[in-house]
Design a binder for this molecule. Structure first.
Ligand code: ADP
Length: 392
């Protein structure tokens, strides 16, 4: 069965087509600069990558071209071959704790939640509507980044703020990267050979979050109302004292949008190093002895270690620590420093095994009290799996 996994941004459309249940990627690609001058798309098929420049006025045009390409490549014969399309949606609020089939009510709720994800939810709706128009016979589903975290208990997801804010203004913790945490925790359980496990999953990319997963269910996660909370990230500050915000707004006469930009785009590794949000540049800086990069990395690692320690206690132990996403899969030094920081818990890194990128690997020694793994994430596959399960 052919299933399409889709991730629509305001001017982009990423796709991956799977043969299910074999989980084989047939073709993948991305449309970029939709509705902007200089639009183009790239397609990967059989290890070969092509790029075509073409005017793309909107997402519907992109889907139409996608269908044409799928036919030209012989991936599908006609539209009806595509049985399901799974759409990634960033914010599902308290409404959605699992992947659902799209209907008008679902779209209305995603729209209602747009104030919590102003860049993402409206774009996803645009993608869903275009996909419905172009592929009316396919089952359309929505996979929420927040769904996996809906199992958190009330005492975990509430903020200690006036109680009615949660109800009236939807202010509570939702988390993010749920699709990734779900994927890697399921894979970790396969590796461990059981499902009654206590896992700490670290999705560390440009955005970063850590989850505590017990028996396959999320009991805590580091992101909050928005993806700004928790860890120090590429350019996001993570947890800070909330009253810094009114204080600095007053002092610098900042508007809400300006402070928002600073907390999300000018903080984190970038804010401290003054050089870059990219962990590769921070590593380069450290190798050249740059003190600001050394400090940024120390703060970054400290925060990850703190969250792992917190979740170790909350879970009452830990059967495995998992690293995934851009930094988690690639940064040998970040993983080593984090694991070294957990020495008191009996964690012993295996330097040789850890000297690897983007490959599923156990990176701790046999005698380590907690094993740690790199498990490359695959959110697209997770979307395809959920969609396939709703199709059969
Ligand atoms: P996003 O949150 O945008 O999905 P990714 O998970 O793709 O991010 O992670 C991107 C980040 O991964 C980059 O900004 C960079 O910091 C980091 N990264 C990628 N490759 C490497 C590498 N070889 N070494 C260290 N960090 C890397």
């Amino acid at each position: 069965m052919k299933i399409l996994s889709v991730n629509a941004g305001s001017s982009s459309l990423k796709f991956q087509m799977y043969e299910m249940p074999e989980e084989q990627v047939l073709i993948s690609g991305v449309f970029e600069r939709i509705g902007i001058d200089g639009s183009f798309y790239t397609i990967k098929y059989n290890e070969e990558k092509i790029k075509k420049e073409i005017e793309l006025k909107n997402h519907k045009e992109a889907f139409n071209i996608l269908i044409k390409e799928l036919k030209d490549y012989g991936v599908v014969e006609n539209l009806n071959d595509i049985k399901g399309v799974g759409h990634r949606v960033v914010q599902g609020g308290s409404y959605f704790d699992k992947t659902v089939v799209v209907d008008d009510e679902v779209i209305a709720k995603i729209d209602e939640l747009s104030s919590l994800a102003p860049l993402h939810n409206p774009a996803a709706i645009t993608g869903i509507k275009a996909s419905q128009e172009v592929m009316p016979s396919a089952l359309q589903t929505v996979v929420f980044d927040t769904a996996f975290h809906q199992t958190m208990a009330e005492e975990t997801y509430l903020y200690a703020l006036p109680r009615e804010w949660a109800e009236k203004y939807k202010i509570r913790r939702y988390g993010a990267h749920g699709t990734s945490h779900k994927y890697v925790s399921a894979r970790a359980n396969e590796i461990l050979g059981r499902v009654n496990t206590k896992l700490i999953t670290c999705h560390i990319g440009n955005g970063a979050s850590i989850s505590a997963v017990k028996d396959g269910k999320c009991i805590n996660t580091s992101m909050g109302l928005t993806p700004n909370a928790g860890l120090i990230m590429g350019s996001r500050c993570g947890d800070i004292d909330a009253t810094i915000v009114p204080y600095i707004m007053n002092t610098l006469k900042l508007k809400p949008s300006e402070i928002d930009t600073i907390l999300n785009k000018e903080s984190g590794l970038l804010g401290i190093s003054g050089i870059s949000s990219d962990s590769r540049d921070i590593e380069d800086g450290i190798n050249k002895g740059n003190e600001d990069c050394i400090l940024a990395q120390k703060m970054y690692v400290r925060r990850i270690v703190d969250y792992i320690a917190k979740y170790y206690v909350e879970l009452g132990g830990c059967d495995a620590i998992v690293f995934t996403a851009g930094v988690g899969e690639n940064s040998i030094s970040t993983r080593r420093e984090v694991l070294d920081g957990l020495e008191v818990l009996g964690v012993i890194v295996d330097e040789e095994a850890n000297n690897v990128r983007e490959k599923e690997t156990k990176i701790t020694k046999e005698e380590s009290k907690i094993p740690a793994y790199i498990i490359p994430t695959d959110e697209e596959l997770m979307i395809a799996r959920d969609t396939y399960n709703l199709c059969i």
